[in-house]
Design a protein around this ligand. Structure first.
Ligand code: NAG
Ligand code: NAG
Ligand code: NAG
Length: 292
């Protein structure tokens, strides 16, 4: 970071709605406040590190929300590291806004290609992540969190990419959580056995390790088992969903997870997990996720 938090606060802070300051690990965080909701957005790794509202209690389990953009293929096909490079890069704060009518706050982070990123991936791109706090309807009692990812091709050549918004949603007990899907078209891939499954997925439960890429999913997914009865993950632009929980054994082998952490989250990730998205010169793709 070449700008101090105080300097960023002078540029991007908005009285009562947006504050900037050092967060965990000394990294800069943008803090959004809206009625009973609060979100803390970090400019590197995980991005939305907290989202709290009275109705949700704490929807995200601590430092557990990240985005990745994998510009080439998937898994063994892709030349880049498993989760791409976007999440490991410092993003800059591009803008903060507050709607003058209803005080809805938002922040946009920007990651642009430069000589360093081009050594990893040769293309010219701009990625924008906008996080907004708002209410679904005026009289609703709970807040909502909206995350929008924009990928722009600003170079002369087309490129393809994949990616996901990797949410870790806080559940009381993963063994009792349920992900409910409607009208799934019927193809998914079990990433543990590497098998392509041809059957409709209607619900996913977590009695064991789950790592499922569900292709072509309707835009609304329900998750039961949070502090609140039901959470809706709404997505736009992202065709697929990845559902993941490591359960006991896998969790024990993961250096960045505490042994019992698996019980308290499930990942329901809006994703591009099957067919890569192709962008021509000057084209922009938009994907979004709303939690409410
Ligand atoms: C390129 O961007 C990355 C990510 O923001 C940053 O870490 C790096 O220092 C930049 N490199 C140059 C040469 O500007
Ligand atoms: C809340 O708003 C919805 C539509 O936005 C309306 O149908 C409903 O009656 C409202 N409820 C109350 C308690 O005002
Ligand atoms: C899918 O499985 C492969 C091979 O087991 C693993 O390396 C990769 O991390 C898994 N992908 C996800 C998204 O978990």
């Amino acid at each position: 970071m070449d700008k101090s938090a105080a300097e960023l606060e002078r540029t991007f802070g908005i009285d009562g709605s947006v504050a900037i300051g050092p967060g965990r690990g000394g990294l800069t965080c943008v803090k959004l406040f809206y009625e009973d909701s609060y979100a803390s957005v970090r400019t590197l790794l995980w991005f939305v590190v907290h989202y709290l509202s009275l109705a949700f209690l704490d929807l995200l389990t601590g430092e557990f929300f990240l985005i990745y953009v994998r510009p080439e293929g998937f898994g063994k096909l892709g030349a880049l590291m498993q989760h791409g490079f976007a999440r490991n890069s410092f993003w800059e704060i591009e803008s903060t806004t507050v709607d003058s009518l209803d005080s809805i706050p938002s922040v946009t982070l920007l990651l642009k290609s430069n000589d360093t990123t081009k050594q990893i991936w040769a293309h010219d791109f701009e990625l924008r992540l906008t996080v907004t706090l708002f209410k679904q309807s005026l009289n609703s009692t709970s807040g909502s969190l909206d995350c929008e990812l924009k990928v722009s091709n600003v170079g002369p050549r087309p490129f393809t990419f994949s990616g996901a918004l990797h949410t870790y949603l806080n559940v009381l007990d993963a063994r009792r959580a349920k992900v409910m899907l409607e009208n799934h078209k019927g193809i998914s891939k079990d990433n543990i056995t590497e098998q392509v499954l041809v059957r409709q997925v209607k619900r996913v439960q977590f009695g064991e390790e789950v790592d499922l890429s569900i292709f072509d999913v309707k835009d609304e997914i329900q998750l039961n088992g949070l502090a609140k009865d039901k959470t809706t993950v709404e997505k736009k632009g992202f065709p697929d969903v990845v559902v993941w929980n490591p359960h006991i054994e896998k969790s024990a082998g993961m250096a960045d997870l505490e042994d019992s952490a698996w019980r308290h989250f499930v990942c329901v990730e809006p994703a591009i997990a099957n067919v890569l998205i192709r962008l021509e010169q000057h084209e922009t793709w938009v994907g979004r996720m709303r939690l409410s």
